[in-house]
Design a binder for this molecule. Structure first.
Ligand code: BTN
Length: 273
């Protein structure tokens, strides 16, 4: 095993997977460099990749984020993985998949001693000001879920070893900067473990996130619930109010000053300090 966290160690991944024989993820394609693991996984879906297939890359040169943003993945400094899911529950429930993934990531990070939390819909954050003194919370990672044919590709990006001078934006952070020495191989297996649990329970509940317990678990870890937010909606409208809960459909419910409640199911939502 190498001590350098930037050098991917396949034997560590195998050992961590062997310690969890019931995980049922894979096969795994681990590659040194690619444009985007989501694009690669989507290609594999078109070739018939099964549920659980995963692409992991040491480096992405064209990593994609939500809302057409770019996602920076310098070599070895982060976890970049895309999973193929073929849910058996009704498609109307699939909107919960990226939230389940975000929840699983936060649970995995918390289990490894990283004080991670969620902002809606699935940003992985650490509460507190940015490292450059600007407003927080700090962004540790994110999820990009994309529908491909009759599957969903769930892409997960987590900054692990980035140092201050490598942060792509002032509000970014990494597990290293949060004081945790987290190996990507172990983080991946911890995420797969939590996601298997959340995904299975949710499917057994017929895709009902409330009944499966995911909605409450998500709300408990969401920095926005109970706090003032500003939502930039797709049509250009800006909505301000207090986030009150996560709806059964995964929308963020925002109470406005006039006492009305609005469900935000798309757009960019920020905490207002
Ligand atoms: C976001 O916060 O905007 C989502 C970022 C998602 C990044 C991951 S890294 C693995 C996968 N491949 C991509 O191109 N994007 C996702």
């Amino acid at each position: 095993m190498t001590d350098d966290p930037r050098t991917w160690d396949d034997s560590l991944l195998r050992a961590a997977l062997d310690a969890h024989p019931d995980l049922r993820w894979g096969p795994f394609a681990v590659i040194p460099s690619t444009g985007s693991t989501n694009a690669d996984a989507a290609d594999q879906v078109r070739e018939g990749a099964p549920e659980g297939f995963a692409v992991v890359a040491d480096e992405q040169t064209q990593g994609r984020g939500r809302l057409d943003r770019a996602w920076s993945s310098p070599s070895g400094a982060g976890l970049a993985v895309s999973l193929v899911l073929r849910p058996v529950v009704a498609e109307s429930a699939w909107g919960w998949l990226p939230l389940l993934a975000g929840l699983a990531v936060v649970e995995a990070l918390q289990g490894l001693g990283v004080p991670a939390a969620l902002t809606w819909p699935n940003d992985v954050m650490v509460d507190g000001p940015a490292h450059d003194g600007g407003p927080g919370p700090r962004k540790l990672g994110g999820i990009l879920a994309e529908r491909v044919e009759d599957a969903v590709v769930v892409g997960i990006g987590i900054n692990t070893d980035l140092d201050l001078d490598e942060l792509p934006v002032g509000r970014a952070t990494s597990t290293r900067l949060e004081g945790a020495r987290v190996r990507r191989e172990e983080l991946l297996v911890a995420i797969l473990d939590r996601l298997r649990d959340r995904y299975t329970t949710w499917q057994l509940a017929g895709g009902d996130a409330v009944r499966s317990g995911a909605a409450d678990a998500y709300a408990e870890r969401c920095l926005m619930v109970g706090r003032p937010v500003r939502a930039s909606l797709p049509g250009g409208e800006v909505l301000e109010g207090t986030a009150v809960r996560i709806g059964s459909d995964g929308a963020l419910v925002v109470a406005t000053d006039d006492g009305a409640e609005r469900a935000v199911s798309a757009g960019d939502v920020l905490l207002v300090r």
